[in-house]
Each structure stands twice: as structure tokens, then as C-alpha cells.
Ligand binder design. Structure first.
Ligand code: C2E
Ligand code: MG
Ligand code: MG
Length: 803
């Protein structure tokens, strides 16, 4: 944009400029026209006045002449004068002329005889004897009886009258002359306001001012202009002032000429009009001011709403649709304003719709993947910045394709809607986001929950999905597989978290175990880990798992009254795997529930078999946390007991404290039911977890197993010994049996015996053994015991001989 146009970029400036320019043009034209007209009128009027003045001057001259004629006639009738003339007494004539002349204020007196010879004269240049200088006047006086004329004498204008001296016929001529002087001029000016000058030119063509109202310094200018401009009408400039002038010839004798110059000041004549002009100018200026104020107001009226409209349009451009344009009045701008308002509303509605389409899932009305990713990205940033954990649950319906195919797409959609509603029921917090990612995939963002919170939600979801679902009067069984990730532990960006949640979900799908918390071991870096899942599946199908048994020996009687079943995996490629190489992974992935079922089945079968063989052994089976939370454990145990003909009291189920704590209510509920069924319950690895006796009181347990780490070191470590002692005492107080794990040597056993520990298990007797070996060991042990007992048949049982 060029800088010159900057000012005019503003509409207001343009309107103002245009109005002012228009106004000025009109005013200037009007003003100059008025001024022209005024001055033209004034001059025309002046010319008129001058013409009148000229006539007046002429009349005044004529009247003067008459007056002079009368005065001369009086003299001519004077007897004494006639006497003097008759006697031709020159001196007397002259004195009479003088007297008479001075009475009537004449400047020149003269007497000439009939032949025109001067007898007496007051003009020295025309002494007696010389000829009367104006013979033409005598001629006309002869006819008219008198003559009046303006003449020049000594380069000065005079009004000259001549009358005959009659006695009774004419005997000579009397002449009186009055010099035209400045006073005459002043009188004339006083009467007419016309400045009057008389200028003369002598025989030598020399101009001079005879009389004038003007000051002498202006005379040269007057002569210069009047003398060279013969036309009767002209405009002269004297002393810088303009004068309308009229020239009137008073007399002309040969080259000599007398001219009257009548003048009126243009300025003076225009004075009244000038007042008018001033008024006009003030009006113009006032008008300009009013116009400025008015057009400012008008332009503001236009410009302000236009600016508001522009600001509103800008707001709309920036996506702010909250403020409506204020519409005032009914003019075009108001129309534009309400049109803009309508447009704003329409755009906002359309944008809302677009956002809705872009960010929400039409089927379930839940947020869609785009919105979920958006919020996830935000949440991850916050989580990483504050170091506060957050979690994502990714879910996929099991067998949804089957449902869809069997019931039709319409019902399929209904199922998805119903699932959406159930999930929404679980996600109660407003900060959490439940979204449908597409197909039968859902996700939940928990921006303020770590692993525990996420697991709790996952369990609630599994629980919610277990409730029967009816869609259009058809009962559908919808399972769900959940993958959980927790940031920042499992990733610090949305994409990584989603990928890992997907992996965890995939793991769940393969295990059919409800939910799986992601573990690094799932990641692509160790594909063998992932393949381990399918390998474990295969292991169950192909019976690659095998149970080992470790005896539980009574420290009171020395009898083996139970055995703990401990799983092993005879892997076709990797060989014999101890539990710590696959159990933790199975727990993370949830596959442990499958293994537990297998173990329960195998252990029960073995237990029943032993009882049939006359080996009255209590079988102990380990349960994981997942087992307590997964649905169907109780039913499965009941079925298996029944199937194998195992009495519940032949079975002890071992759980760790932490397994119970992770979802205490549900775990306790499960344990309660199992306990009521008659199964024995033991707390495994006591001392490594939460270890709260207060809490233990609430649990339906029969046995407590002290973790081997305390037992193994109790001989050397007094603290461990103290712990073992107090655990045994407190357990007994609570009516619980105590088993010590890790009984590796005789010293430990002696110590445990002295502390009244009920049972022990450990390498001192044997590590866990396969079924056949275990039976052999058992037979051997019984045999040894029997022979040792018969050796000391008379003695009471020696507990020190337990080995
Ligand atoms: P646990 O339930 O505490 O089992 C006892 C473990 O201590 C067994 O290890 C056993 O071999 C070992 N042990 C016994 N006496 C001694 C001893 O005197 N000295 C030492 N150092 N160790 C002794 P194992 O068989 O390797 O099992 C390890 C853990 O694996 C078990 O601990 C249990 O938590 C888990 N596990 C084993 N089988 C199963 C199963 O079928 N289901 C589940 N859920 N967990 C299992
Ligand atoms: Mg155990
Ligand atoms: Mg243990």
C-alpha cells in the first residue's frame, strides 16, 4: 500500500474529505459569484451616481452663473459706475469693479469697451488697453444679453460671466470671474460624496490640477491617468484605492482644456456589501464547522458500526462465535449486522456439526478415535511433566464377528451401543474418556490413575460384561478383552502407549483372561516372549506341564501328611523349566488362570489316586491373584472335586497376602466361598508382603506358611529367628497351623520343633519331586520311619529323629 493512500484508507477520512471538498467548492463558487455581482453592482451604481453627479455639477455651475449674472447686472445698473464709465475715469472704474467684485467674492473683475478693449482689469496679465481674451463670449452675450463660461486664466479655471453695461444701450462689457477652488470641491463632495477635481491643460500641453478633493501627493497619479484617458468613463487607482471616475470637459480653447474629474471610491461604495461579504464568510465558516461536525457524526454513525462489523467478522475468523453484533436501527448497516449474526450462528452450528462428526462416533455418541488421541496426547504430556501416572485401557469384544454374522448388523450395532452404555456406567469420572475407536474396539483414558486404578476399572468392566445382555429380545454373550498400559512407565507418547495397549489386549485375547497389564517382555524386542503365550497354550493342550510334589512333614508326629503341588514345564525346545521362568509371565498376561485350572485338575486327580492307594495326603495348590478375581474359579474347583471324587478337606489352597490385597473384597468373597465348601486355605510366603495380623483375622484361613527366607537363616540371624518365633506364637493364638518353608537342615528343624511349629517343608527331606520319585521317596521315608519307630518301640516318639 502506498503511504499517500494511508489517510484515505479510513472510510471516515474519505467521507469527511469528500463532504468538505464539495462544500468548499459550492461555497467558493457562491462566494466568488456574490463578490463579483456585488462589485459589478457597486460599480454600476457608482457609474450611475457619477452621471447624476455630473449633471448636478453642471446644474450647480449654471446656478452659479445665474447668480453671477445677477450680480453683474446689479453693477451694470449702478449709476455711479455708469458715470465713471461715461467719464472714462479708468481709475474709478477699476475701484468700482473691485468694490463690487469683492462684495460678491469674485476673483476677477474686468471691464471692456464694446470693441473688446479692456478698460479696467484686476488681472495684471490683462492690463488696460489689451484685448478681452474671450471674444466668443462677447459674441454670445450680444445675442443672449449675458454669457457664462468656464475659462482658463493663468492656467486656472474660472467661471466667467459677462453682461453688457447699458446706458440705456450697451456701451461696454462687465466681466466677473470665480476661480473654481478646493472649497467648491468639498461642498460638492459633502453634497454628493463624489470627489471632484478639475484638471487643466495649457497651450503647451502641460497638465495640472486646478482644484481637487484629493491631497496634493496624489495629484500626479490623477493627472497621469485622467490626462491620458479621454473616455468619459474609467476606473482609476489612486493611493492604492480604486475609483470609478467620470471625466467631463468644462472648457476648451484651442489646445487649452479644463476637465472635471468626478470620482467615487469603489471601496467606499462596496463597504455595505463588504459587511454582507463578511457575514457571508462567517456563515460559510460556520457552515463548514457545522458540516465538519455533521459529517463527522454521520461518518461515525456509518464507520463505527462498520468497524464493529469488521471486528465481529475478525472474531468469527478466529473461531469465536460467542459475541453477537449489536444491531441498532433498521438501516442497511443494521441489515448487514443481522446478516452477519445469522452467518455467525450458521457457521457456529456447522462447525459444531463438523466437530461432532470429526470427534464423535455416530453409532454410540461416544468420542471417536480422533478425539481420544487428542485427549491422550494432552494427558501424556501432563503426565510426563508432572510425573503423575495415567493409564489407558484398550478393549475389544470377543466373538463380536460371530454375533454380527449370526444376528445381523442391526443387532450388532445394538450390541455395540449397549456395550458403550455399560462401559459408560463404569467410567464415572468426568476427567476419564471413554471412546469407541472403531469396529468393536473401545478405549478408556484414565488421566489420573496408575496401575492399581486401571486394574480396578478393568475388573469392574469384566464384571459389568458378565451380566447377561439382551439385545432385541435375544440374549447375547459378549466377552471383552482388555489391554492396560500405564504412562510414563510404559511409554511417553500416545502412539507408543496405544501400540502397547494393543499388544496387551492381544495377549488378553489369546488367554481369554479378561485383562492384561502390559509388560516390557511383551514388546517386539522379545518376540519369543510373545510366542511363549501360544507355547503355553500348546503346553496345556499337549500336556507339557508336569506337577512336582514336595512333602509337608508334621513336626509333631513326623508323618508326611501333605504335599505341595508345584508346576514344571517340560518344554520341547527349552527343556525343563522351573516355575519362576514362566509363572511371572503367566501372571502378567493372565494366562495363569489357565495354568491354575490345569494344576487343579492334575493335582486333584493325583490326590484322588493317592487316597485310593491308601496315601492320605493333603494336596496343596498355589493360587495367584488373578485366580481369585477371574470368574468361575469356585465352580471349577467344585466341578473338579466332584469329578475326581476328592473331599474338600484333602485340599489346601495357598494364596499370598498381596494376591488378596489387590482386590480384597472380591478375593475375600471367593476365599469365603471356597472355605465354606470345606477347602483349607493357607497364606503363602508370609512375611514378604503386607503381613498384617489384624488383616489376617478377617480372612478365612487355616494355615500360615512362613516364607523360606526367614526360616533358612534363622539359625544365624537372630532377627529372623525372632520373627519366626513371633509368627508361630501369634498364629497359634489365632488358631492357625504354621508351616515353615525352607527347612534345609537339622538345626533348623530342631529349632522349629522347639518353637512348636506344626509343619515344615524343605530340602532337608527333599526338593519337590515328580510323581513317581515322590512316591518312592514317600515309601522310603515311611519305611525308615517305621523301622526307626520299631527300633524305639518302647520309647515315645523322638521328634529329634525326624530326619
Ligand atoms: P512356593 O509356593 O513358596 O513354593 C515353595 C518353593 O520353595 C518351591 O520352589 C520349592 O522348591 C522351594 N523350596 C522348598 N524347600 C526349600 C528349601 O529348603 N530351600 C529352598 N531354597 N527352597 C525350597 P518352586 O517349586 O521353584 O516354586 C517357586 C514358586 O513358584 C512357588 O513358591 C510358587 O509361588 C510358584 N509356583 C510353583 N508352582 C505353582 C503353581 O502350580 N501355581 C502357582 N500359582 N504358582 C506356582
Ligand atoms: Mg506355595
Ligand atoms: Mg512359599
Amino acid at each position: 500500500m502506498k503511504p499517500t493512500s494511508f489517510v484515505f484508507r479510513s472510510l471516515q477520512a474519505r467521507i469527511l474529505t469528500l463532504f468538505v471538498l464539495l462544500f468548499l467548492v459550492v461555497q467558493v463558487l457562491g462566494f466568488s459569484f456574490t463578490v463579483r455581482t456585488i462589485s459589478d453592482n457597486a460599480r454600476a451604481q457608482l457609474r450611475e451616481e457619477l452621471t447624476v453627479g455630473e449633471r448636478l455639477f453642471g446644474r450647480q455651475m449654471a446656478q452659479n452663473g445665474q447668480r453671477l449674472i445677477q450680480a453683474a447686472n446689479i453693477l451694470s445698473g449702478d449709476f455711479g459706475f455708469r458715470e465713471a464709465v461715461a467719464t472714462n475715469a479708468g481709475e474709478t472704474i477699476a475701484s468700482a469693479l473691485r468694490n463690487h467684485g469683492s462684495r460678491i467674492h469674485a476673483d476677477i473683475t474686468m471691464y471692456a469697451d464694446l470693441r473688446g478693449k479692456i478698460i479696467a482689469s484686476s488681472v495684471p496679465a490683462m492690463a488696460a488697453g489689451s484685448a478681452f481674451p474671450f471674444p466668443a463670449m462677447i459674441k454670445s452675450a450680444e445675442n443672449e444679453d449675458s454669457a457664462v463660461s468656464i475659462v482658463q486664466l493663468n492656467d486656472a479655471p474660472y467661471q466667467l460671466v459677462i453682461v453688457p453695461l447699458k446706458a440705456p444701450v450697451a456701451i461696454g462689457w462687465i466681466a466677473f470671474g470665480f476661480r473654481l477652488n478646493d472649497r467648491d470641491m468639498s461642498d460638492f463632495e459633502a453634497l454628493t460624496r463624489i470627489k471632484l477635481s478639475v484638471i487643466t491643460r495649457d497651450a503647451a500641453s502641460h497638465w495640472s490640477v486646478a482644484a481637487s478633493n484629493f491631497q496634493a501627493p496624489l495629484w500626479p497619479e490623477l493627472i497621469a491617468q485622467a490626462g491620458t484617458n479621454p473616455p468619459p468613463q474609467l476606473l482609476m487607482t489612486l493611493g492604492g484605492e480604486e475609483y470609478e471616475s467620470r471625466l467631463s470637459t468644462l472648457s476648451q480653447q484651442g489646445d487649452s482644456i479644463a476637465i472635471a474629474v468626478l470620482q467615487r471610491s469603489v471601496n467606499e461604495a462596496a463597504a455595505p456589501y463588504r459587511k454582507l461579504q463578511t457575514t457571508l464568510l462567517i456563515l460559510t465558516l460556520g457552515g463548514l464547522g457545522l458540516l465538519l461536525a455533521g459529517s463527522m457524526l454521520v461518518s461515525q454513525r456509518i464507520v463505527r458500526p462498520v468497524r464493529e462489523l469488521a471486528a465481529s467478522a475478525k472474531r468469527i475468523e478466529e473461531g469465536d462465535y460467542t459475541q453477537a453484533v449489536e444491531v441498532r436501527g433498521h438501516d442497511e448497516i443494521a441489515e448487514l449486522g443481522s446478516a452477519l449474526n445469522h452467518m455467525r450462528g450458521a457457521i457456529s452450528a456447522r462447525e459444531q456439526r463438523i466437530i461432532q462428526l470429526a470427534y464423535s462416533d455416530e453409532l454410540t455418541a461416544l468420542p471417536n478415535r480422533a478425539m481420544f488421541m487428542d485427549r491422550l496426547e494432552q494427558a501424556v504430556k501432563v503426565s510426563c511433566r508432572l510425573g503423575r501416572p495415567m493409564s489407558v485401557l484398550m478393549m475389544d469384544l470377543d466373538r463380536f464377528k460371530l454375533i454380527n454374522d449370526a444376528l445381523g448388523h442391526q443387532r450388532g450395532d445394538e450390541v455395540l451401543r449397549a456395550v458403550g452404555q455399560r462401559l459408560a456406567g463404569v467410567v464415572a469420572r468426568e476427567s476419564d474418556t471413554l471412546a469407541r475407536l472403531g469396529g468393536d474396539e473401545f478405549a478408556i483414558l484414565l488421566p489420573a490413575d496408575g496401575a492399581d486404578g486401571a486394574r480396578m476399572i478393568a475388573q469392574r468392566i469384566v464384571h459389568a460384561m458378565e451380566q447377561p445382555m439382551t439385545v432385541q429380545e435375544v440374549a447375547v454373550d459378549v466377552g471383552i478383552s482388555i489391554g492396560i498400559v500405564t504412562a510414563p512407565e510404559h511409554g511417553e507418547d500416545a502412539a507408543t502407549l496405544m501400540r502397547r495397549a494393543d499388544i496387551a489386549m492381544y495377549v488378553t485375547k489369546r488367554n481369554g483372561n479378561g485383562w492384561t497389564h502390559y509388560h516390557r517382555s511383551f514388546d517386539g524386542q522379545s518376540p519369543d516372549r510373545l510366542s511363549m503365550l501360544s507355547e503355553m497354550r500348546r503346553a496345556i493342550e499337549m500336556d507339557e506341564f508336569v506337577l512336582y510334589y514336595q512333602p509337608k512333614v508334621s513336626l509333631l508326629t513326623g508323618e508326611v501328611n501333605g504335599a505341595e503341588a508345584l508346576v514344571r514345564w517340560t518344554h520341547p525346545d527349552r527343556g525343563f523349566l522351573p516355575p519362576d521362568q514362566f509363572i511371572p509371565f503367566a501372571e502378567q498376561t493372565g494366562f495363569i488362570t489357565q495354568i491354575t485350572r490345569w494344576v487343579l485338575k492334575a493335582a486333584f486327580a493325583q490326590c484322588a489316586e493317592w487316597w485310593r492307594q491308601g496315601r492320605a495326603l493333603n494336596i496343596a495348590v498355589n493360587l495367584s491373584a488373578r485366580d481369585l478375581h477371574a470368574p468361575g474359579l469356585v465352580d471349577y474347583v467344585r466341578d473338579q472335586l466332584k469329578e475326581h471324587g476328592v473331599q474338600p478337606e484333602w485340599v489346601t489352597l495357598e494364596v499370598t497376602e498381596s494376591a488378596v490385597m489387590s482386590d480384597a473384597a472380591r478375593a475375600l468373597e471367593t476365599l469365603e466361598v471356597l472355605h465354606k465348601m470345606g477347602l483349607l486355605l493357607a497364606i503363602d510366603d508370609f512375611g514378604t508382603g503386607y503381613s498384617s495380623f489384624a488383616y489376617l483375622k478377617k480372612m478365612p484361613v487355616d494355615e500360615l506358611k512362613i516364607d523360606k527366607s526367614f526360616v533358612m537363616d534363622m539359625i544365624l540371624d537372630r532377627d529372623d529367628a525372632a520373627i519366626v518365633r513371633s509368627v508361630i506364637d501369634l498364629s497359634h493364638n489365632m488358631g492357625l497351623k504354621v508351616t515353615a518353608e525352607g527347612a534345609e537342615n537339622d538345626a533348623i528343624i530342631q529349632s522349629l520343633v522347639s518353637l512348636n511349629c506344626d509343619l515344615a517343608q524343605g530340602y532337608h527331606w527333599t526338593p519337590p519331586l515328580g510323581q513317581g520319585e515322590f512316591e518312592l521317596w514317600l515309601d522310603q521315608y515311611s519305611h525308615q520311619r517305621r523301622s526307626s519307630l520299631s527300633e524305639h518301640a518302647s520309647e515315645s516318639f523322638d521328634r529329634s529323629k525326624l530326619s
